[in-house]
Design a protein around this ligand. Structure first.
Ligand SMILES: C[S@@+](CC[C@H](N)C(=O)[O-])C[C@H]1O[C@@H](n2cnc3c(N)ncnc32)[C@H](O)[C@@H]1O
Length: 413
């Protein structure tokens, strides 16, 4: 039999990593061995399977007496997703059978893959369209329903299933020939971005990829030109670039040297400057006019772009992150000059990593106050009780959604 497509083979490996080993896709170097088009295709396939996982499992169920073990099931899930979303039956089925045939532990399931996927090719596409929007797993669905209500959760699930457009942050003016919609917040939104590095302005560093919601925390910090600003958890550097482009003297700190290398690449491409420091935020010393604390978090606000996240075991890790966020906030406040401003942000949908952090910091630090966000692009629904902004993936549905984010600006004294 012919070799299976490298992209499909890699997509099954990626699914094993997420669904069997419960590790995030960001940890893989599996794609490094592929040519660029295969890399993009493998990533797209794995992402599509993860987005529609519940549908794939429901379409497969009537054809299986019991769900087979890990990798075989992932081969079937890939095949079912492709078949139900317009994939050409012959190529999909033969590749999936061949992928099964190549593994010692999966070769016995070659016949099963062939029989099941042929049946799915017949009835699957019609069944798929009738199935409900895939739900989040219980560990995440329950706290989100408690915080935002069941209807909001259903709308978020719809947004997760629909995926996300590509948003760009401009360094200055809109480059000629750059397609896309200019959003009220200033980001440019592309519906069909294609190869991003081929777009006008990429090589001149006229913009960088950054979700429209992720571009807002720096805006909340206000005027920063000429100020000493600490970007406390900086990598890969979207917000560092924004601060530098606005004329701040930026210290970009991150614990990960490897991730800081990406900040350097991004600064160089965009012709911007910042001092990069590798280190633990909790041990950093200095005094700053303004601080951006984009704290490590569950990243549950980015599920539209990272549908692997709900499948990675997170429960205990989130409580550790919540503790770390509180310590980071306290330490950041000790580095803030009197009268200085601090923006705390997380790309999480959980109030424990957002609203509650600010409420608790206000209790711990007498004299600390929230600086209300003032801008014409702020929608009333975004404002939260304690004075911050809450962005959710179901907001701006008609425009293509937003990543989930929380942000608040605070000042001492
Ligand atoms: C949400 S990401 C930051 C995204 C970044 N601000 C941007 O806009 O591109 C959180 C970052 O915190 C870093 N980090 C985690 N623990 C840290 C610590 N103790 N000290 C400094 N950085 C830390 C991670 O390496 C990660 O790059």
């Amino acid at each position: 039999m012919a070799d299976p497509s490298p992209a499909r083979l890699a997509a099954v490996d990626l699914l094993d990593m997420v669904l069997v080993q419960h590790r995030p896709l960001s940890e893989t170097d599996r794609l490094d061995r592929l040519a660029a088009p295969d890399r993009a295709a493998a990533q797209r396939l794995a992402t599509e399977v993860l987005r529609g996982l519940e549908r794939a499992d429901r379409v497969l169920k009537p054809h299986l007496r019991k769900a087979p073990a890990g990798r075989v099931m992932n081969i079937l899930r890939l095949g079912a997703t492709e078949l139900c979303t317009g994939g050409a039956a012959h190529g999909v089925v033969s590749d999936c059978v061949e992928i099964a045939a190549r593994g010692k532990r999966t070769q016995g399931a070659k016949g099963l893959a062939n029989a099941v996927l042929r049946k799915v090719a017949e009835s699957g596409p019609a069944d798929w369209a009738k199935l409900r929007v895939p739900r989040l797993p219980k560990w995440l669905r329950a706290p989100l329903a408690e915080a935002w209500g069941p209807q909001a959760v259903a709308a978020m699930e719809r947004a997760h299933f629909d995926g996300a457009p590509v948003d760009l942050t401009l360094k200055g003016d809109l480059p000629e020939g750059l397609p896309g919609e200019l959003l009220p917040t200033g980001s440019v939104r592309l519906r069909d971005a294609g190869q991003v590095s081929a777009l006008p302005g990429f090589s001149d560093g006229a913009w960088w990829v950054q979700d429209a919601a992720a571009a807002l925390p720096v805006k909340l910090l206000g005027e920063v030109a000429g100020l000493d600003v600490l970007d406390m958890c900086a990598a890969p550097g979207g917000k560092t670039l924004q601060l530098a482009a606005r004329g701040a003297r930026v210290t970009a700190l991150d614990i990960s040297e490897a991730r800081l290398a990406r900040v350097r690449e991004n600064l160089d491409r965009c012709g911007l400057e910042a001092e990069l420091v590798a280190g633990d935020a909790l041990e950093h010393r200095g005094q700053y006019d303004a601080i951006l604390l984009d704290a490590p978090c569950s990243a549950t606000g980015t599920i539209r772009r990272h549908p692997d996240l709900p499948h990675v075991h997170m429960g205990e890790k989130i409580s550790e992150l919540i503790g770390l966020q509180g310590w980071m906030l306290d330490h950041a406040l000790s580095l803030l000059k009197p009268g200085g401003r601090l923006v705390y942000a997380t790309c999480s949908l959980l109030p424990d990593e957002g609203e509650c952090q600010i409420e608790e910091a206000l209790e711990r630090h007498p004299g600390l106050r929230v600086v209300p966000a003032e801008a014409d692009w702020i929608e009333p629904a975004w404002r939260s009780e304690e004075g911050g902004l809450r962005l959710r993936p179901d907001f701006w549905a008609e425009r293509g959604g937003l990543d989930g984010f929380y942000m608040a600006c605070v000042a001492k004294g």
